[in-house]
Design a binder for this molecule. Structure first.
Ligand code: SF4
Length: 252
């Protein structure tokens, strides 16, 4: 009899993924579903999503969901759900455009209030679903559909290091940046996601995980090349590691 080594996590819905080949969103869906299952919190979890590629995650992760209209209102909605239902585990799944561009005000204020929610932030440096436009995280010199010649700091500003920015706020929480380019980094990303849920469950504050991800379609790279770019280029600009732990000063 063959030994079963890998199986579908109970909280991962049996549904074909509607992401481009090589996109990191599929990996993230699996990791979050695994963590929710291992922590046994599926019945208490409420996920909040906006629109864009990240907004499709409700199809794949088994828990209750709220979809907010448009980009940017996700963390404001998470605050409301958590305050009305404090016994629920409330979490968001957000891309660069949602969390760091249109929703930057909502994100900063929710984290500044120390709302006890969990945030999964997908940094792939683009507005993916709408055609690969410049995002706040786009690197200097990186070409997008709205800056074909590459991002120029003089006219478009510098890339925003979201973990570093949020870690300066005085509220209590956990902040870690991980990447999805290698098996070792993916395992670390899972640990970070788990920790971000545990901090909320323990009432210690918010949990925030940034995941450096590949968007091969907008990078115009093959999936393997896009993964390599995440490790070789993106992680150089946005260093991996823990940026904040409840009760401690900024660490990175
Ligand atoms: S556009 Fe980018 S982020 Fe969106 S599904 Fe395709 S590869 Fe993934």
């Amino acid at each position: 009899m063959m030994k079963e080594i890998l199986k579908r996590p109970a909280n991962l819905v049996r549904e074909p993924l509607r992401y481009c080949p090589g996109c990191s969103h599929g990996t993230i869906s699996r990791l979050v579903a695994e963590v929710i299952g291992e922590l046994g919190i599926g019945e208490k979890c409420v996920g909040i999503v906006g629109v864009g590629c990240s907004g499709r995650s409700w199809r794949y992760i088994r828990c209750d969901w709220v979809m907010v209209p448009g980009h940017g209102r996700t963390l404001a909605c998470a605050t409301a759900v958590k305050r009305c239902h404090p016994d629920n585990i409330v979490w968001t799944y957000q891309g660069d455009g949602d969390l760091a561009s249109i929703g930057m005000a909502e994100s900063i204020h929710a984290i500044n209030r120390g709302d006890k929610v969990t945030v999964i932030f997908v940094n792939n440096t683009y507005f993916g679903a709408t055609g690969g436009q410049l995002a706040p995280t786009t690197l200097i010199g990186e070409s997008t559909s709205t800056c074909l010649e590459g991002r120029d700091s003089e006219t478009m500003g510098n890339p925003i290091d979201v973990c570093k920015l949020l870690a300066t706020l005085d509220s209590e929480g956990y902040i870690e940046r991980a990447a999805l380019d290698t098996p070792a980094h993916i395992m670390q990303a899972k640990k970070a996601i788990r920790k971000a849920f545990e901090v909320q469950m323990n009432g210690e504050g918010y949990g925030f995980v940034e995941l450096l991800s590949a968007c091969p379609s907008n990078l115009h790279l093959k999936p393997a090349e896009a993964m390599k770019w995440v490790g070789d280029v993106l992680a150089k600009k946005y260093p991996l590691g823990v940026y904040k732990t409840p009760g401690k000063e900024v660490q990175a």
